[in-house]
Write a protein that binds this ligand. Sequence first.
Ligand code: AMP
Length: 305
Amino acid sequence: MSILVVGSVALDSVQTPFGERDRVLGGSATYFSTSASFFTDVNLVAVVGEDFPEEHTRFLNSRNIDLTGLSRVPGQTFHWKGRYGYDLNEAQTLETHLNVFESFKPVIPEAYADAQYLILANIDPELQMEVLNQVKQPRVVACDTMNFWISSKIEALKKVISRVDFLIINEGEARQLSGEVNLVKAARAIIALGVKNLIVKRGEYGVLMFNGHSVFAAPAYPLEEVFDPTGAGDTFAGGFMGYLANTGNLSDEGVRQAIIFGSVMASFNVEAFSLDRLKTLTYPEIEARYRSFKNMTHFQGVGEL
Ligand code: AMP
């Protein structure tokens, strides 16, 4: 099954302790789509400006991402500038220029209106809602957001959240959204908003999934070198939804496997700046790292335990 992705396509300027890059390819929907494209067909809806380099469009095309819904309009592409300190888990936003997103009205092409798998990547929650209202009967809806929208558009965001199957946010966002410091309490408060499953991303500490009846914990892959965490969350979400859409298996087991594929994809993405590592990644490398994850987390029962 194909996936419909709506979110930002951006030019990012990023500083980490290991270097910096100016106006490189980024954006929530870009990371998401590229990651998901290793598992299934992806249809992308977003907007870019006249300054968006043709080489980036060619790259997305090379991943077989359908760009019918990517509009190019007069103006500048969304631009995000961020910095990471030695604690690579949390980005500090230095500048956000919405640019062409300021007047963007997402129109879902007729051919995408029957999408079964929908990801509302990080974007203005009012736009997320407009998209949700245009997709007829999605089987699975996943949603991401960030502190910028939690503080500026909380009511719109809560309306969106009440309609999603998987809310995928980082631990700082979970605390901010719920007003609870303890993550278990935060999860309970967020599930009470109507979301069916909450996936909390914890950077180098992995992810936790809560759904009201069970909790699943996955570590992050221990890496010796992390260059740029930008997009790790979106790459996780892309692998997660891509695998679910590929198998259609929404059982607890299927969702757990999808979480590991998401973690595998995020672990590759942080190995280089921008989408550079995803550009060279191959499916056999993904499978090999999935196997390493399995070995790394396997332990035997003891007697009755
Ligand atoms: P992540 O590191 O997974 O949280 O996502 C990083 C990506 O989010 C970057 O490539 C940015 O271009 C994009 N981004 C940053 N701020 C926003 C925002 N306010 N709305 C939409 N996308 C954003």
